[in-house]
Design a protein around this ligand. Structure first.
Ligand code: 0XW
Ligand code: MG
Length: 367
């Protein structure tokens, strides 16, 4: 079946509580881009890409839409039968810009799933579970308050926490990690995420001052080289997130042993097809990883959850979705929801979610 049209929608997602603070940036209102790919028989597939502001990583909302405008005209009239051909077509239209291609990749898989009558998880190799763990990510905050939230979230069923640090005094970061550990102990696995915000020296101090606390240290420094320099000097396992800019970066990190695991973002890597490759690369070296995205509504949440269901559970670090930080759902009929810190995997064909028309503004572009 051939592609008849591609529509692009913009949706603003204000942060519940006003702001989400990370070492690198504080965000208040995220700008999401949704794509609707429709074939000649009227079937539609949906994709989404929503960078968490323009500073967290090089991707930004206007960039996504400019890139989609370069790519989309080249997909009109193409047959949807071959995902590989469509990926090649995207690369022929635009070099790089994985996070924009990701929205289209997700929409094409949604279409394929609906056409074949199977959930997207089946197209990704098949689900190993029908319910995946999530994790709660705090914002950079006062130590006592962060520890209180951490305990609440563990009581609510989250099996894992990601504690944000960085961009402030070392003393505050160290106190936060200690207080969270005192509050939750072994009841949750803990990641400490500095979002590129520490110098190597600060990372070494935090490692030493929190020596006995079993956390994984996520993206402590800005570059993969700085993080590589910590190897052998820190005692905590190191995970990479922002440094996983593309498949080659992941391959480099895996083959050189820089990372003990990853916080992975579906759109940064180019969509679900590329994430499935990374999943399999990580499996070769028994490396744990998450399946997240930076932000977004039900469409991107569904994409993360379908891939999450295909990851070997013992290596799975959770699917983070933005639900805790946004009001409402793009698909109130079949929302992706966190219950007791876990998310049910949609069982209906395709992604299993469709944005409700009444919530969408008119398309900002049609190809
Ligand atoms: C916790 N996240 C998945 C949400 C924000 O996009 C930051 C991100 C991370 O792990 O850095
Ligand atoms: Mg991270």
């Amino acid at each position: 079946m051939r592609i008849r049209s591609i529509k692009v929608y913009q949706m603003l997602l204000p942060v519940k509580g006003g702001a989400y603070r990370m070492a690198s940036d504080t965000v208040q209102n995220l700008d999401s881009t949704l794509v609707e790919v429709t074939t000649e028989d009227g079937l539609s597939g949906w994709g989404e890409t929503c960078p968490i502001g323009p500073v967290y990583q090089p991707q930004h909302a206007l960039g996504a839409r400019a890139a989609i405008a370069e790519i989309a005209p080249g997909l009109i009239g193409e047959n949807t039968a071959s995902m590989r051909r469509l990926a090649k077509r995207m690369d022929e239209r635009l070099n790089g810009h994985n996070y924009a291609k990701a929205a289209l990749d997700i929409a094409l898989l949604d279409l394929a799933g609906q056409r074949l009558g199977v959930p997207v998880s089946t197209l990704l190799g098949g689900a190993l579970t029908d319910r995946v763990p999530s994790y709660y990510s705090t914002t950079v905050g006062a130590p006592d308050e962060t520890a209180r939230i951490a305990a609440d979230k563990v009581n609510a069923g989250y099996p894992r926490l990601q504690i944000k640090i960085g961009g402030r005094d070392l003393e505050q970061d160290v106190a936060t990690v200690h207080k969270v550990w005192e509050a939750v102990g072994f009841r949750a696995r803990i990641a400490v995420d500095a979002n590129r915000g520490l110098t190597a020296a600060a990372a070494l101090h935090i490692d030493r001052l929190c020596q006995a606390i079993p956390f994984v240290f996520e993206q402590p420094c800005n570059t993969m080289e700085e993080v590589a320099g910590l190897k052998g000097r820190v005692t905590h396992p190191i995970y990479l997130d922002e440094s996983t800019e593309d498949l080659n970066a992941v391959l480099r990190a895996v083959s050189s042993g820089i990372a003990d695991g990853f916080g992975l973002k579906v759109t940064r890597l180019g969509g679900l097809t590329k994430m499935a490759t990374v999943r399999d690369l990580c499996a070769i070296r028994s490396l744990p990883h998450s399946c997240d995205d930076a932000w977004g509504g039900d469409v991107i949440a569904a994409a993360c959850v379908h891939l999450a269901a295909t990851v070997e559970p013992r290596r799975f670090e959770g699917a983070w979705i933005a639900q805790e930080y946004i009001e409402g759902h793009t698909d109130p009929a079949n929302p992706i929801v966190i219950e007791n810190g876990h998310i049910r995997v949609p069982q209906i064909p395709g992604l299993g979610v469709k944005p409700e028309r009444s919530q969408l503004n008119a398309p900002i572009a049609t190809f």
